[in-house]
Design a protein around this ligand. Structure first.
Ligand SMILES: Nc1ncnc2c1ncn2[C@@H]1O[C@H](COP(=O)(O)OP(=O)(O)O)[C@@H](O)[C@H]1O
Ligand SMILES: [Mg+2]
Length: 131
């Protein structure tokens, strides 16, 4: 169980592959929920927040959790295909590698900030228009 805080600031329409981006959001949100559950288990206090903003050129989507966070080794490898810290049957290590490739195909980028024990935030930056 966790709280979800949504702040969507008047989302603009963008040129994209919606199904592919949906998969990116799902992968990142699933990881966030996993990290929260790992830390809080059945206790309260877990928070997933999703914030959007935009300017003339880009859309920004921030997905943040206050879960277990990542160590330095994980931060270095998280986008590698098949890299996972999860047990057999729990993770494939493909979620973020797919997310990364999809965002690059959209000419965007992903930034990650994470602190072990504190939480993680993913910031997706997507151009509104594809050239
Ligand atoms: N929100 C997060 N909090 C902590 N660790 C994360 C988070 N998102 C990703 N990770 C780390 O990145 C690894 C790779 O993620 P991913 O590619 O989605 O594969 P999987 O979820 O199958 O392990 C995870 O195993 C985990 O160690
Ligand atoms: Mg995953």
């Amino acid at each position: 169980m966790c709280k979800v805080k949504k702040e969507y600031s008047g989302l603009p329409l963008i040129e994209c592959y919606p199904g592919k981006l949906n998969q990116v959001f799902l992968n990142i949100i699933s990881n966030a929920i996993y990290a929260i559950r790992k830390k809080f288990e059945e206790q309260e206090g877990g928070l997933l927040s999703i914030t959007t903003s935009f300017d003339e050129t880009n859309l920004l989507i921030k997905i943040a959790d206050n879960g277990i966070g990542m160590d330095e080794n994980t931060k270095k490898k998280l986008f590698e295909p098949f890299f996972t810290t999860k047990g057999v049957g729990e993770g494939t290590g493909l979620g973020l590698s797919i997310a990364y490739n999809t965002i690059v195909k959209h000419n965007g980028r992903i930034e990650v900030n994470s602190e072990l024990g504190k939480g993680t935030e993913f910031i997706l930056i997507l151009p509104l228009i594809q050239k």
